[in-house]
Design a protein around this ligand. Structure first.
Ligand code: AP5
Ligand code: MG
Ligand code: ZN
Length: 214
C-alpha cells in the first residue's frame, strides 16, 4: 500500500497512521514527527523548523522536500509507505510525483479525513504527545492510564507549542489556503478517497481499511 493521509490539523492523521501502518506493514512517514525529533535533538534542521512550526506556518518547501527525498532513499519504502502531513501544497505534491518517478513507485490512494472546525479545536486543545516516542493521547477522548505518563514507553506527555488556540486558528487557515488544493489535484489523478473522521478511533480505522481495500 502506497498511501497519503490528508486532512486538517487534528483530523486524526497521526492516530490513524499508526493503525494503518501496522495493518498494512508499511513505514509511517510523518514530516511533522521528523521535524519534532530534530527539534528534540537540537539539530540545525530542528531549530529552523521550530521557528515556523511554533507560528503554525509551513516550513519552506526547499527544506521539507529535501528531507522527504532523503527518506525515500531508504529501502523500506519499497514495501509501501504511508505519508502523514506531506504533501501540504501543490509544489510539494509536484515534487513528490518527481521523487516517486525517480524511485519507480506510484501512489495507490490519497485518503482525506474530513472533520468540522469546532471538533478540531476540541481535539487539539486536549491533545498530549509523548516527548520520547511521539505517541498521541487526548485528555478526554484517549487518556493515558496514568496522568501525563506515556502508556507505551513511560515517557512524559506534553502539550505541543502549536496546540494553543491562536496557533490552531492560523494552522486551519493555512490548511484551507495551501493544503486543500491538493485534494482536487489528486481527485484529477483518480486516486482520491474521502471519509468522515468522526467516530471512535477503531471505527475510523476499520472504515479506512475497508475503503482502501476496495
Ligand atoms: P503536523 O505534525 O503534521 O501537524 P498537523 O498537520 O497540524 O496535524 P496534527 O498532528 O496536529 O493532527 P493529526 O491529524 O495528526 O491529529 P492527531 O492524530 O494527533 O505538522 C506540524 C507542523 O510541522 C506544521 O504546522 C508545519 O509547521 C510543519 N510541517 C509538517 N509537515 C510539513 C510540510 N509537509 N511542509 C511544511 N511544513 C510542515 O489527533 C489529534 C487529537 O485528537 C489527539 O489528541 C488524538 O488523541 C485525538 N483523536 C484522534 N482521533 C480521535 C477520535 N476518533 N476521536 C476523538 N479524539 C481523537
Ligand atoms: Mg499529526
Ligand atoms: Zn512514549
Amino acid at each position: 500500500m502506497r498511501l497519503i493521509l490528508v486532512g486538517p490539523p487534528g483530523a486524526g492523521k497521526g492516530t490513524q497512521a499508526v493503525q494503518l501502518a501496522k495493518h498494512f506493514g508499511i513505514p509511517h512517514i510523518s514530516t511533522g514527527d521528523i521535524f519534532r525529533s530534530n527539534l528534540k535533538a537540537e539539530t540545525e534542521l530542528g531549530k529552523l523548523a521550530k521557528s515556523f512550526m511554533d507560528k503554525g506556518e509551513l516550513v519552506p518547501d526547499s527544506v521539507t522536500n529535501e528531507m522527504v527525498r532523503d527518506r525515500f532513499k531508504q529501502a523500506d519504502v519499497k514495501k509501501g509507505f504511508l505519508l502523514d502531513g506531506f504533501p501540504r501544497n501543490i509544489a510539494q505534491a509536484d515534487e513528490l510525483s518527481r521523487i516517486l518517478q525517480e524511485v519507480n513507485l506510484n501512489l495507490d490512494a490519497v485518503l482525506e479525513l474530513q472533520i468540522a472546525d469546532a471538533e478540531i479545536v476540541r481535539r487539539l486543545s486536549g491533545r498530549r504527545t509523548c516527548k520520547e516516542c511521539g505517541a498521541i493521547f487526548h485528555q478526554e477522548f484517549e487518556p493515558s492510564k496514568q496522568k501525563d505518563v506515556c502508556d507505551k514507553c513511560g515517557g512524559s506527555l506534553y502539550q505541543r507549542e502549536d496546540d494553543k488556540e491562536s496557533v490552531i486558528i492560523h494552522r486551519l487557515a493555512i490548511y484551507a489556503q495551501q493544503t486543500k488544493p491538493i485534494i482536487d489535484y489528486y481527485r484529477t489523478k483518480g486516486v482520491l478517497k474521502q471519509m468522515s473522521a468522526v467516530g471512535t478511533v477503531s471505527q475510523i480505522s476499520a472504515d479506512a481499511i475497508s475503503l482502501l481495500s476496495k
